[in-house]
Ligand binder design. Structure first.
Ligand code: F3S
Length: 62
């Protein structure tokens, strides 16, 4: 599963990082970034939960 954060949509709510810090981090401006481009299978559920909890729907999982 591929993961990316859409920088045009992210408003820095930080829920991604709170829910799944193994996959998401925050940059210097507090915007979400993906630490990996491919989510390990064991983290897929957490990454999905993070995406579902992003108020801006900025996390793209494919
Ligand atoms: Fe941004 Fe959504 Fe995370 S707004 S910081 S991608 S929870």
């Amino acid at each position: 599963m591929h993961v990316a954060v859409d920088p045009d949509r992210c408003q820095g709510h930080a829920r991604c990082w709170e829910i799944c810090p193994e996959v998401f981090d925050l940059d210097a401006e507090g915007h979400g970034t993906a630490l990996v481009s491919d989510v390990p299978a064991e983290l897929a559920d957490k990454a999905r939960e993070a995406a579902d909890n992003c108020p801006e729907r900025a996390i793209v999982l494919t």
